[in-house]
Write a protein that binds this ligand. Sequence first.
Ligand code: SF4
Length: 56
Amino acid sequence: MSDKKNQCIHCSVKSCRHLKQDQGLCGLESVQIAPTPMAYSGDPADESMCQSYHCK
Ligand code: SF4
């Protein structure tokens, strides 16, 4: 469990309420990542998304 204490989630999604914009970091202890409906296209942008996102 000690490795989780050192986890750092870098993010730049400015519309998310969890983003610490001044630091470029997610304020959550952990996030859930899931495949998108567009998965398996081969384009990295289509394969995963943050399920912990909440609009401001
Ligand atoms: S919840 Fe997801 S989208 Fe929002 S700041 Fe954290 S990593 Fe970024």
